[in-house]
Ligand binder design. Structure first.
Ligand SMILES: *[C@@H]1O[C@H](CO)[C@@H](O)[C@H](O)[C@H]1NC(C)=O
Ligand SMILES: *[C@@H]1O[C@H](CO)[C@@H](O)[C@H](O)[C@H]1NC(C)=O
Length: 341
């Protein structure tokens, strides 16, 4: 009898604890009904994330559910989301990890009402997806640094103290989801700027972590000045980890994520947390507008199996930076969904 009563009450206890629950501490559990949707009916997945279509042979990676330690997450309910955001506008701005998250959200919504009318258009770096039956607009701003990157006579300038080029695009939405980090470390041929500018100072280079923090503060100031938290919910996607060094997860013999078919056990990751995450947390903690951090670093570090590797955009090099869709970004969006309410 005692056992039956305990079992009956357990879900309530879990829910009762939800307020103090850290959604981002937990482990991945095998869950046979996963994935929650059939990605082959989602029309929005770019080739580099479309692992199944690209022939990825192992499918176990699709079958894991994130289980926080002290509570349960609500399932992502696409229809409820579409109702809640009927007639509204959502903007994602960030690098290709944000693009990953954006496409996952588009698929989560579309597959909840397959066949619903949509219109997807792209102009330059901006994609706009309209769910016509709901009047919901999802915008993607491909914007790796968030601060302005401006082609000038002297070359491309990264302006750490300006988001003037984005202000108009970022204004007037009901939900904003930002991210930046990945591109701040690039040097040489991969670095897309020639100079860094702060005020009137033009620099050839500087400490990248300081540059990153300066830019984040510029972004934060814009949000604090321009966003009305009563109308707009703001999210920030934390550092999405890459897997190019097996010694980070106690497999020193492997050099990347290729061939990984299941998550690491957790709840902790053997490697360190990226220092950029501490910078993000610091800047967010000093803001006036509450910004919800999707603190997905550790839970994503555990997913050595969830990258496209050779089943992404190219087959020459393993992509251990992005994530397959369906896959891990669906959990990022499930966490976003749980933090909305
Ligand atoms: C997913 O959808 C495709 C296309 O409609 C279909 O052929 C396939 O059987 C579906 N897969 C599952 C697991 O339902
Ligand atoms: C889709 O959007 C484009 C650009 O706004 C517009 O020209 C076109 O008429 C739209 N199509 C539908 C079916 O709404």
């Amino acid at each position: 009898m005692f056992f039956i009563v305990s079992l009956l009450f357990l879900p309530h206890l879990l829910r009762a604890n939800a307020e103090n629950c850290d959604f981002f501490q937990g482990s991945w559990v095998f869950d046979e009904p996963y994935p929650t949707y059939n990605s082959s009916i989602c029309p929005f997945i770019e080739k580099e994330f479309n692992c199944l279509r690209n022939g990825r042979p192992d499918h176990l990676y699709l079958k894991y559910r994130w289980q926080p330690q002290g509570c349960d997450l609500a399932k992502f309910d696409g229809r409820a989301f579409l109702q809640k955001f009927r007639g509204k506008s959502i903007l994602f701005a960030g690098d290709s990890l944000t693009r990953d998250q954006y496409m996952s959200l588009a698929c989560l919504l579309y597959t909840s009402v397959p066949g619903t009318n949509y219109n997807m258009t792209r102009e330059g770096l901006i994609s706009t997806l309209k769910f016509l039956d709901y009047g919901l607009t999802l915008i993607l701003d491909r914007n790796a640094f968030l601060v302005d990157l401006v082609p000038e006579k002297i070359g491309v300038v990264l302006k750490l103290d300006s988001v003037a080029g984005s202000e108009k695009l970022w204004s007037g939405h009901d939900l904003l989801a930002f991210n930046t980090w990945h591109w701040w470390g690039y040097k040489g041929a991969q670095q897309p700027w020639k100079y860094i500018q702060i005020g009137t100072r033009l620099l050839k280079d500087m400490d990248r972590m300081v540059a990153f923090e300066t830019a984040l503060e510029t972004w934060a100031k814009w949000v604090d000045t321009n966003v009305d938290p009563a109308k707009t919910t703001v999210f920030f996607l934390g550092v999405s980890p890459s897997h190019y060094k097996g010694s980070d997860w106690n497999q020193p013999q492997v050099k990347n994520c290729a061939g990984q078919t299941r998550p690491l056990p957790g709840p902790t990751y053997p490697g360190v947390l990226p220092p950029a995450l501490a910078v993000q947390k610091k800047v967010l903690s000093e803001m006036r507008v509450p910004v919800k951090l999707l603190d997905i670093t550790t839970l994503s570090q555990l997913r050595v199996d969830a990258h496209p590797s050779f089943y992404g955009a190219a087959t020459a090099a393993a992509d251990c930076t992005h994530w397959c869709i369906a896959g891990l970004p669906d959990t990022w969006n499930q966490l976003l969904y749980n933090l909305l309410y």
